[in-house]
Design a protein. Sequence first.
Length: 78
Amino acid sequence: MDWPIQEIARLSGTTSRTRRHYDWISTSWPGKHPNAQQFVGLGEMYVADDRFGANYGGVEGASFVRDAMKAYAERNLR
């Protein structure tokens, strides 16, 4: 049975956008998925490095994405 991304996200207590971001990041980590520490660290990098933050509208947008990634990691990753 195929589950829509929105339903998977709802069941995991996060947004489908955050789940999609995790899946997108996973495509560039051949053969593995980032663990909680790695995913949270990546979110921290978005805020710490202006080059990455610019992709999310600056520090405010990057902080929002970082917080969503941290919440997702706490609920769904080990």
